[in-house]
Design a protein around this ligand. Structure first.
Ligand code: SF4
Ligand code: SF4
Length: 170
């Protein structure tokens, strides 16, 4: 007869966290993850150390371990949004999109690292995530490319308005 599980052996899924994540864009896709690990091989963030692993992050989502992911020192900010995992995943889980949804949850709680705040401010001020200087156009000219066009800031601000109202960028 099989040994019965003691209460401590039982994995209890925190569905409250998963329900909150599912409300975000593509936040529910982790449900299709079958833990094959294909997303790990080409993930540049795994080379920073042994903290970041998209397969393990998807597993934590499946278990609903929100406290380990949504916290001030969250490992999620190590994701570069390169989308390699999206290309690799046979289940179309889009781990990067699930991670972006959780970054939005971090931002909702005010857990935004200073470097991300700096990028957001540069984008709000210039419409670009990195400042442009004359050297960029010089380099482009070498390759026969036209100078960078100005960014239509009125359109950018119109797009960002709801986010500003929600306090995401403050
Ligand atoms: S998008 Fe993020 S999780 Fe996916 S491969 Fe790139 S760094 Fe890794
Ligand atoms: S590649 Fe897709 S199915 Fe495989 S572990 Fe990563 S997210 Fe899960």
């Amino acid at each position: 007869m099989a040994e019965s599980s003691k209460p401590d052996d039982v994995v209890r899924v925190n569905f409250a966290f998963r329900r909150e994540l599912a409300k975000k864009v593509e936040g529910d896709l982790a449900s299709f993850c079958y833990q094959c690990g294909a997303c790990v091989g080409d993930c540049p963030a795994t080379t920073y150390g042994d903290e970041f692993n998209p397969r393990e992050i998807m597993l934590k989502v499946l278990y609903g371990l929100g406290d380990e992911l949504i916290r001030e020192d969250s490992v999620l900010w190590q994701c570069t949004n390169c989308y390699n995992c999206h290309e690799r995943c046979p289940q179309e889980v889009k781990p990067v999109e699930v991670i972006i949804s959780m970054k939005n949850m971090l931002a909702d709680r005010g857990f935004i690292p200073p470097t991300a705040v700096k990028v957001i401010k540069t984008f709000m001020d210039t419409g670009r995530t990195a400042p442009i200087n004359p050297a960029v156009d010089k380099q482009r000219a070498k390759f026969g490319l036209a100078p960078m066009k100005p960014v239509p800031m009125d359109e950018i601000h119109r797009l960002l308005e709801p986010e500003v109202e929600e306090g995401v960028t403050s």
